[in-house]
Ligand binder design. Structure first.
Ligand code: F6P
Length: 325
């Protein structure tokens, strides 16, 4: 293998730049030529491919976003789109790919590998932490820290005004960000898709709560089947009409900002792991980190297998939030 390419795709995540830097520097260390594909699969189809050098990735480890840009490509879902992408890679002589992204990115990579056989290694880059085969995905830790900073601030005003705040965090269909934010932010209630939500329970906590307690932090994972934070607040209000409340959706602020030390380290480790895997002849795998060590999981498993939230963390959130036995 002489030439490989790297791209970022799907929702960006803080730490993706650290991963790109690690991929580039590890490739060069091993005397490989390394190409950057811009804007994910869309750029692959359009041939937005450029050779990268050590300097191309200078001064980016601390930056959020991704220097390679990102996109979600509808065209890559089609046979024609994938054929165009393959032609572009062939034109540039690319013999191996490092795909940095989440489950959508890996689903595409898995199909592409099965059709065209170009060895591919995935690096889990998503704030959602919803991929099997790694303890943490790149960007999750930063996103949780960003959300916590906001929740701390909201608590100040919630407390001053004796209000209940319904705070929606990201996570798509997973409650990882919400669970960590609920514990770390001292939430009274954390609402996640992994557990059944009781609107009655929330209303009763607020109406029958201790007299001394008048402000509440309710963290809501965006993917909860009961609806968005706004919808859940409306439902609770029907049962607790005197509730004074506000709703805050933290949104894309969770996707930006400088990556934490943990995300930089994780991304750097995975970047090296991905390139070394290609050199060793691994293909169609994801480079994850479990208990601090690099581990490889077939892409098909990483996207299909569930990664349940540790039930003890859910229980901890409930206990610390003031639940009764
Ligand atoms: O997968 C990352 C993520 O930020 C999810 O948490 C969220 O549901 C989604 O992407 C938002 O996507 P978009 O940036 O396309 O609005």
């Amino acid at each position: 293998m002489k030439k490989i390419a790297v791209f970022t795709s799907g929702g960006d995540a803080p730490g993706m730049n650290a991963a790109v830097r690690s991929v580039v520097r590890t490739a060069l260390y091993n005397n490989l030529e390394i190409f950057g594909i811009y804007r994910g699969y869309s750029g692959m189809i359009r041939g937005e491919i450029e050779q990268l050098h050590s300097k191309s990735v200078s001064n980016i480890i601390q930056e959020g976003g991704t220097i390679l840009k990102s996109a979600r490509s509808e065209q890559f879902r089609t046979n024609e789109g994938r054929k165009m992408a393959f032609d572009q890679l062939t034109k540039h002589g690319v013999e191996g790919i490092v795909a940095i992204g989440g489950d959508g990115t890996f689903t595409g990579a898995n199909i592409f590998f099965e059709e065209y056989g170009i060895p591919t290694i995935g690096i889990p880059g998503t704030i959602d932490n919803d991929l099997y085969g790694t303890d943490f995905t790149i960007g999750y830790d930063t996103a949780v820290n960003t959300a916590l900073e906001a929740i701390d601030k909201i608590r100040d005003t919630a407390d001053s005004h004796d209000r209940a705040f319904f705070i929606e965090v990201m996570g798509r269909n997973s409650g990882y960000i919400a669970t960590s934010c609920g514990i770390g932010g001292g939430a009274e209630i954390t609402i996640i898709p992994e557990t059944k939500t009781s609107i009655e329970g929330i209303a009763s906590l607020i109406t029958k709560g201790k007299k001394s307690k008048r402000s509440y932090i309710i963290v809501v994972a965006e993917g909860d089947p009961e609806g968005s934070a706004w919808e859940i607040a409306q439902k609770v209000k029907v049962l607790a009409p005197n509730m004074k409340h506000r709703v805050t959706t933290l949104g894309h602020i969770q996707r930006g900002g400088r990556p934490t030390a943990m995300d930089r380290l994780l991304a750097s480790q995975m970047g090296m792991g991905a390139v070394e895997a290609l050199i060793e002849g691994k293909q169609n795998m994801m480079a994850g980190v479990i208990n601090g060590e690099l581990k490889y999981t077939p892409l098909s498993e990483a996207i299909k297998k569930a990664k349940p939230i540790n039930p003890n963390l859910i229980r901890l959130g409930e206990i610390l939030g003031g639940a009764t036995k």
